[in-house]
Structure formats: structure tokens, C-alpha cells
Design a protein around this ligand. Structure first.
Ligand SMILES: [Zn+2]
Length: 68
């Protein structure tokens, strides 16, 4: 396991540091470094971060849509 700070937050405790599995790890689960809650599979991590970024972009561009 390696401990990293990600652009994600834990849904349980709002922590932004996570344990990433190393390649030898079988389960490949990304877990919160604080409360060990399961976040996602490492294979899905990139997608999770991409969708989060997309979500934020959508939210910041929402003002015009709301006014219309
Ligand atoms: Zn947590």
C-alpha cells in the first residue's frame, strides 16, 4: 500500500488521503487512509477522478443554464 493525496474525498470522513494498492496486491482496492473505507477499485480510479473533474466543470458552468 502507498499513501497518496487524491483529488477525491472519502464519503465517510471527508479525508483526501487514500491507500493505493501496489501491483502485487490482489484486491486492488483504494481505501481511505483515515477510516479505511472502500473508495473504488484502482482500475476505476482514473475514471472516478475524470468524472469528478467533469462534474466540477459542469457545476461551475451551471450558472448560465440556471438563468436561462
Ligand atoms: Zn474515510
Amino acid at each position: 500500500m502507498i499513501r497518496v493525496t487524491l483529488d477525491l474525498t472519502c464519503s465517510i470522513c471527508d479525508h483526501d488521503q487514500f491507500h493505493l494498492p501496489v501491483r502485487a496486491d490482489e484486491r486492488q482496492q483504494v481505501r481511505c487512509a483515515n477510516c479505511a473505507a472502500f473508495k473504488c477499485y484502482s482500475a476505476d480510479l482514473e475514471n472516478a477522478m475524470i468524472s469528478l473533474a467533469r462534474d466540477r466543470r459542469r457545476r461551475s458552468g451551471q450558472h448560465r443554464a440556471d438563468a436561462a
